[in-house]
Ligand binder design. Structure first.
Ligand code: NAD
Length: 279
């Protein structure tokens, strides 16, 4: 076990949060600031509360740049890698933002002896998987977009660096990180702010041999993604999207969005840009 504690317990590590100026990064940094020493890195300067949570230990830079990666990884105990374009875009940008950032950080971790990465993967790594009784963590990669391809490739890098260099990682296949669920699909896929923090706390300190993939959702009554791998790491979600069910209207697209893991990203209507324009 890293750091000396598990689950919701305080353990006092030095943590790098990449993408710390973003949605998840901000929620996490402000909640973990009293438990851990936090450093942030992002392409964008931090909002005031994140700057405060890091005590000014913040680098504005690109994690795919090895010099930046080495600078920010030096001196930490673990990396929470959230940096990345959080939606579909062209393939070269996806490869830079998800794959090159992950590789540069892992290389820096090898150099500086940092043993744990907690990675923000996505349900879109397996987004084309049809709805089933229980989506287990061992389903084969089945991305719904270039975005999903980027997450599959980043998860593959985690496996490579685990086998080659002994870096242990948790790949969190996050569902829908929102203050509250907004669609009927979200009744299954919602991840609350507090449960996300619980999940990352657990992932930072759990015993992990190699790479473990877990589904990043709350304790939703309508969940069909397996929460047991997360529970085995000490992630015990408490929130339930069902508490919001009465306030979420039904829409014609709900059924098709519920048919595959990736929801709207996995529908025929969702635009995936061409890799290159026709000559
Ligand atoms: N929000 C969700 O529901 C959700 C679901 C699944 C996965 N994820 C993943 O979680 C991570 C964080 O998502 P978010 O919702 O906070 O997104 P966000 O867009 O709010 O934040 C991402 C941050 O990463 C930064 N960034 C992008 N490329 C970078 C680079 N090369 N170097 C440094 N910083 C870089 C951006 O400036 C941004 O501040 C992303 O990797 C995303 O793919 C999010």
């Amino acid at each position: 076990m890293l750091g000396g504690a598990r689950g919701d317990t305080v353990c006092g590590m030095r943590i790098l949060i990449t993408g710390a100026s973003g949605h998840i990064g901000g929620v996490l940094a402000t909640r973990l600031r009293d438990e851990h020493v936090i450093r942030g890195v992002d392409l964008s300067p931090p909002p005031a509360d994140v700057s405060d949570a890091t005590g000014g230990d913040f680098v504005v830079g690109d994690c795919s740049d090895p010099a930046v990666a080495h600078r920010v990884v030096d001196g930490v105990d673990a990396v929470v890698h959230l940096a990345g374009i959080a939606t579909e875009t062209d393939l070269p940008a996806i490869l830079s933002t998800h794959v090159e950032t992950t590789a540069a950080l892992l290389d820096a971790m090898v150099s500086h002896g940092v043993a744990r990465m907690v990675y923000a993967s996505s349900n879109h790594a397996v987004g084309m998987t049809p709805r089933c009784t229980l989506l287990t963590d061992d389903v084969p990669p089945r991305p719904d977009t270039f975005y999903g391809v980027g997450k599959v490739a980043a998860e593959a890098l985690l496996a490579l660096y685990a086998d080659r260099f002994g870096i242990s990682s948790v790949a969190m296949r996050i569902g829908s990180f929102l203050e509250r669920p907004e669609t009927r699909r979200g009744l299954s896929t919602w991840l609350s702010y507090e449960d996300c923090t619980r999940m990352i706390r657990a992932a930072l300190t759990a015993d992990v041999d190699g790479v473990t993939a877990i589904y990043g959702i709350s304790n939703n009554t309508d969940a069909w993604w397996d929460l047991e791998p997360g529970r085995a790491l000490g992630y015990h979600p408490r929130d339930d999207a069902a508490a919001f069910a009465d306030s979420i209207p039904t829409r014609p697209e709900d059924d098709i969005e519920g048919a595959r893991v990736g929801g709207p990203f996995a529908t025929k209507e969702f635009h995936v840009p061409p890799f290159s324009e026709a000559p």
